[in-house]
Design a protein around this ligand. Sequence first.
Ligand SMILES: Nc1ncnc2c1ncn2[C@@H]1O[C@H](COP(=O)(O)OP(=O)(O)OP(=O)(O)O)[C@@H](O)[C@H]1O
Length: 366
Amino acid sequence: MSLSQLSLHNFRNITSARLTLSDGLNLIYGDNGSGKTSLLEAIYYLGLGRSFRSHLSQRLIQHDHLKTVVFGQVQAQDKSLKSIGIQRDNKGNTEIKIDGVKEAKLSRLAESLPIQVITPESFSLLFEGPKSRRQFIDWGVFHSNSEFHKVWVATRRAIAQRNVLLKRRVDRQQLVIWDKELIRFGEQVSLFRNAYVASLNDVLKGIISQFLPDADIRISFYQGWDKNKSLSEVLTDSYQRDIDLGYTVTGPHKADLRLRVGSLPAHDTLSRGQLKLLVCALRIAQGLLLTQQTKKNSIYLVDDLPSELDRQHRSLLLKQLQDTGAQLLVTAIDPKAIIDSLDEVPIKMFHVKRGIVEEVESTNER
Ligand SMILES: Nc1ncnc2c1ncn2[C@@H]1O[C@H](COP(=O)(O)OP(=O)(O)OP(=O)(O)O)[C@@H](O)[C@H]1O
């Protein structure tokens, strides 16, 4: 699976661009502020309907313009093509089209384009609250298990409805209907996530042994409640606390991925460069597992790869990424920093200057 064509209009500082991408390594280079990250952000927006650097999608529309449009052509493993497009206007309306037909669900975009992002801020995955780690797990479960999305939507609905009643301080009996839903779907979500993290762990070990050979890294899954209790028991036990606080305190919405080095949290022990490598290892493991489980490839958006990695680790990371067989879009200020870390030259190179994207011929010169 790869993005073979990309076009964007009025996206950040890029007024108009049309790129024919390679299904291998694409190198995007240019000065600070030229628009490299914006290009990756546009692909992410096309795949997920949101940005990886701002929760305000309005900011994506070029200043003084009424709307932005991103369009792409996705090539599947069997070479079949699918066109996907997303448009957002300055009134906040979003329109999605798949093969020319309007689509209401954003999840249909995500199914078409499994995107992984690695940015200089990536290692915040390990520092931030559990939400981003839950999203990390759920990305994998979503792409590998077609049942997951529906079950997770039902779980979230049950929690939201339960919280409305808790705020009204209703008695236990009135919660029964939503408790039943939460138990039924929430336990299922947890089983899916648990199985996914176990499979991920197996793949991850091989990658970590290359990236961080000396660190005793362990990942474990916390389902959001005591693993020795059923969700039903936990909801009964925490009823009074839930009423007092006005929301559901424990459950699948509190799940987390725990990363430790020995017995200590990884973020307290590893250097910034090592943390970055750990996050890269997690993302590569997800991509490999996706291919093993579904035959689909991820698309990797790697922003400012050289930052904080020495040359040896840059080479190792690029090699591992290339070995996944996935399409890569890698940005750098100086293209040499990437080219010097590769055995071969990138397949396609694009130069970005003040929002103008031009393909340049890649030569064998280093
Ligand atoms: N909505 C917008 N309309 C027009 N320009 C914008 C908008 N949002 C951001 N910009 C500008 O777009 C430019 C491109 O930013 P971008 O982050 O893509 O650059 P970059 O090439 O990745 O830079 P760096 O190497 O410094 O990370 C910036 O100068 C920014 O001020």
